[in-house]
Design a protein around this ligand. Structure first.
Ligand SMILES: Nc1ncnc2c1ncn2[C@@H]1O[C@H](COP(=O)(O)OP(=O)(O)O)[C@@H](O)[C@H]1O
Ligand SMILES: [Mg+2]
Length: 298
């Protein structure tokens, strides 16, 4: 299996060249829905290994989404979102943590390590990897990132391993806080100077008129993204993602993009010319690819 993946990595490099690939820190945010889907998870795991075999340094941050909702409902806890953020009570944080760490993180690490000893599972709320403060007391144990242990991540990358990080942080009281995974990915990327940041989600990108298939925005200049955020017009799931793209581009990342995890090759499309474009947030408009015409996969 790994020989296959190595061949794929070499194949892509033979076309893309090693320049601009080797040593690049690629931060990948994976939505909970992608982990819950066995087929998507298997492809994702393979592509992550290919990415590493190409010589990049992948860093994975993941959320929990649907699995957390299901477990909370089963426990009789109310499920409520405010501006896309999950209201997280003291009882809920225990479930959030269990699902993220014991189920989702483990599943993702196991899927990757089916191809060799590549990934190491981490949680943001362990060893002060991600420090946080309560974002808004009305939301309960929901955090905003205040700091990241970049050295710890650099060490893992230096060992040639893929850190796979659950989106939690340690609050000022020492307890765990639930943090939107897009935000964790953005702040990790800033801390470790991620050059390429990919947000894998369950739709093709940002739609101007969601869910009208023809309204996918292929390229969004950062100023326009900021205007959209300020206008409050962005849908609940997309607001933190666009905000995350803005943060990393403003911090100097080369590329930030939202892509559909359900499309085969989504992860490698950054290096492999393909029909998959998603939504790219750019520092300056290139004038290319204003509207994509790709057909939706949903
Ligand atoms: N304008 C929009 N374009 C695309 N998706 C949107 C838009 N507005 C709201 N959404 C929703 O955002 C969702 C993705 O965010 P989210 O559910 O938080 O998933 P993830 O786990 O990837 O963060 C999509 O499934 C879609 O329902
Ligand atoms: Mg989300």
């Amino acid at each position: 299996m790994s020989a296959d993946l190595l061949a794929r990595a070499q194949d892509i490099l033979s076309r893309a060249g090693t320049e601009g690939v080797r040593g690049k820190v690629v931060v990948i945010k994976v939505g909970g829905a992608s982990i819950a889907d066995e087929t998507v998870l298997a492809h994702l795991a393979e592509d992550l290994v290919v990415l590493k075999l190409m010589g990049t340094k992948p860093v994975v941050v993941h959320g929990g989404g649907p699995d957390i909702t299901a477990r909370m409902k089963a426990a009789g806890l109310p499920v409520e979102f405010v501006r896309g953020l999950r209201v997280t009570s003291e009882e809920a944080i225990r479930i959030v943590r269990e699902v993220l760490v014991d189920t989702n993180n483990r599943a993702l690490v196991e899927a990757i390590n089916a191809h060799g000893d590549h990934a190491v599972g981490l949680s943001g709320d362990r060893d002060n990897l991600v420090r946080a403060k309560v974002l808004d007391p009305a939301l309960g144990r929901v955090g905003d990132v205040t700091g990241v242990d970049a050295d710890a991540l650099a060490r893992i990358l230096g060992e040639g391993r893929i850190p796979v990080i659950a989106c939690l942080g340690t609050g000022e009281d020492g307890g765990s806080l639930n943090i939107n995974a897009d935000l964790v990915a953005a702040e990790l990327a800033r801390a470790i100077r991620g050059e390429i940041v990919l947000f894998l989600t369950d739709v093709d990108g940002l739609y101007r008129n969601f869910p009208n298939k023809d309204s996918i925005i292929a390229e969004l200049p950062v100023e326009e993204a900021e205007r959209l955020l300020a206008s409050g017009a962005l849908g609940a799931g997309m607001a933190p993602k666009i905000d995350a793209c803005v943060r990393v581009i403003r911090a100097g990342a080369e590329r930030a993009r939202i892509v559909n995890a359900k499309r085969a090759g989504a992860l490698l499309s950054e290096f492999e010319p393909s029909a998959i474009t998603g939504t790219r947030v750019v520092a300056k408009a290139t004038g290319e690819l204003k509207i994509s015409t790709e057909k939706g996969a949903n």
